[in-house]
Design a protein around this ligand. Structure first.
Ligand code: NAP
Length: 536
């Protein structure tokens, strides 16, 4: 591919759900755009995360674009929770249906985006030598797109078997038949893949540092009657999602957990456990703000684990105790706990016996050696800031985003950054993003950015930039709302705790999707309050 030298209205970085819809909207505004995508296919998260059992934990009828009624009417999901291949097919269908591919350049990583103050343009360079000058630079780089690589374990280079990261799974798949396999990590990716790998492998060793709370998905073929009902009224279904707390509608109540009897509480928990999915976290309004209320849900969970896992010592190890339920992202599984009843699965407690080293034939903890043929690292991502921090982004005065965020990300609304004019982030830190149905949050940001560019055009403005005061006020608000909850109590990727050396701050905005949308809309209605517009 010959490197391009080009001038466009906008560069979009990333061709996942966010980048594709942004491109579609910019075209609608008559703006020229070029999308750069590191992968050799589109789809972002759903392109890379092909590990066994990969599946969305938001229901299919919710986890899809709403911007085109024709699209949402014609597409047919097959399951309650769509598996990765089906979501990737959907994204590819969207790209074809809206003729998006001609502006997307694959296998190209953006390495640099530098704001030229004199020209008021972004100069963007890629690892293939492309140099593109753009008025707007839009980061659609994803929140969980930068895997923790290389895995931080000594001796890995000596390992003679094959190793994999769940977030960079080989496209041809992996057959573990007859192999002894180690999996490190017990987050969502591990919890989905463990039951599948256990069915294939000769033996599976699960290395757990922190147990997670996981709820059954009760996945099943999509009920045609449910599909018909939603499609008959998709507009209202989407509207309700947009003003909801997390971007999909969940049954909720105003009754605090501690105001009712233990039996009534458990009835509610049981009903939600039987329904399956993330709705469990909304059983009572005080679960994420009152430790005692939270403990009632946590204990319900621990009892469930004890009732499923036959070996009491293993059940005990799988039962989380040292952080409130919901403050690390809850997992949604198919047969996770039951998998520990299999003879070919061993749970290893890394808190008691940490990994010393990886060796040519396996790995060694402080207690013993494990001979394995393959290692699966399900150790997660440098979340929310990882992808952005790997691009050399320089704003006014040559300040890098990396420098600006040295003590943690600072944004206005999770969309813009003071000192970086005409740079936008889709679902950036400081927005609900990972605490919501991502598609709802992506569409909201893309629409907001498109409206903002229209406004700028109408006023013949050259650049729009968040003011430092507005940014500071928003960061303070994000922290205040986050600190009023139990979330900061957990060592989670929400706070950067999973990456050694990463500054600790609660990155997403917990105020709720509906309330956040109102705040963004009010900013726009007020002439983009908190932004400065420079005339051309
Ligand atoms: P994760 O939630 O960050 O889990 C990583 C796991 O690896 C944790 O158990 C962690 O233990 C462990 N770990 C990390 N570094 C380690 C080390 N040095 N030594 C030992 N253990 C280590 O990552 P993930 O499972 O990939 O999921 C990330 C997020 O992606 C999820 O929370 C979710 O938002 C999203 N996701 C969604 C789905 C879905 O839709 N169903 C599926 C997969 C992922 P600690 O807890 O002790 O740090």
């Amino acid at each position: 591919m010959t490197p391009v030298q080009q001038e466009v209205d906008a560069v979009i970085v990333g061709a996942g759900f966010a980048g594709l819809y942004m491109l579609h909207r910019l075209r609608g505004l008559g703006l020229s755009a070029r999308v750069f995508e590191a992968g050799d296919g589109i789809g972002g998260t759903w392109y890379w995360n092909r590990y066994p059992g990969a599946r969305c934990d938001v229901e299919s009828m919710d986890y899809s674009y709403s911007f085109s009624d024709e699209l949402q009417q014609e597409w047919r999901w097959t399951e309650r929770y769509a598996a990765q291949p089906e979501i990737l097919r959907y994204i590819n269908h969207v790209a074809d249906r809206f003729d998006l591919r001609r502006d997307i350049q694959l296998k190209t990583r953006v390495v640099e985006a530098i704001f030229d103050e004199a020209a008021s343009r972004w100069e963007i360079r890629t690892d293939r030598g492309d140099a593109v000058s753009a008025r707007f630079c839009i980061m659609a780089t994803g929140c969980l797109s930068e895997p923790q690589l290389p895995p931080p374990f000594p001796g890995l280079e000596t390992f003679e078997g094959r190793w994999y990261h769940t977030g960079r799974w080989p496209h041809e798949g992996v057959d573990f038949t007859g192999q002894r396999v180690a999996i490190i990590g017990t987050g969502s990716s591990a919890i989905q893949s463990i039951p599948v790998i256990a069915r294939q492998a000769d033996h599976l060793y699960v290395f757990q540092r922190t147990p997670n709370y996981s709820i059954p998905a009760h996945n099943r073929p999509l009920d045609p009657e449910h599909e018909r009902r939603v499609k008959a009224n998709y507009g209202e279904f989407r509207r309700a999602a947009r003003v909801s707390r997390v971007g999909f509608v969940v049954k909720s109540t105003d009754t605090p957990a501690l105001s009712i009897s233990p039996e009534e509480r458990d009835r509610e928990y049981e009903e939600r456990w039987q329904r399956g999915g993330l709705g469990f976290g909304f059983s009572f309004p005080d679960l994420l703000v009152d430790e005692r209320a939270n403990e009632t849900a946590a204990e319900f969970f621990r009892n469930k684990i004890r009732s499923i896992v036959r070996d009491p010592a293993v059940a005990d190890l799988l039962a989380p105790r040292d952080y409130p339920i919901g403050t690390k992202r809850m997992c949604v599984d198919t047969n996770y706990y039951d998998t520990f009843n299999r003879d070919n699965v061993t749970l290893v407690d890394l808190r008691r016996t940490p990994i010393d080293t990886i060796m040519p034939k396996g790995l060694r903890t402080s207690e013993r050696e494990f001979a394995v043929d393959a290692i699966v690292f399900a150790i997660g991502f440098d979340a929310m800031t990882g992808a952005l921090s790997r691009i050399n982004i320089r704003g006014r005065g040559g300040e890098t985003l990396h420098q600006k965020w040295a003590a943690g990300p600072r944004t206005y609304l999770g969309i813009a950054v003071a000192g970086f004019p005409n740079l936008f982030m889709i679902t950036g830190p400081g927005s609900p993003s990972v605490l919501s149905n991502m598609i709802v949050s992506i569409e909201q940001h893309v629409d907001w950015i498109a409206d903002c560019l229209t406004y700028l055009g109408q006023r013949r403005g050259e650049a729009i930039e968040a003011s430092l005061e507005a940014e500071e006020a928003w960061v303070a608000h994000v922290n205040e709302v986050g600190n009023a909850t139990l979330y900061p109590r957990a060592n989670s990727w929400y706070t950067g705790a999973n990456i050694p050396g990463k500054p600790r701050t609660f990155m997403p905005y917990i105020g709720g999707v509906g309330a956040y949308r109102q705040a963004c809309d009010a900013v726009a209605a007020d002439g983009y309050r908190g932004f400065r517009i420079s005339p051309s």
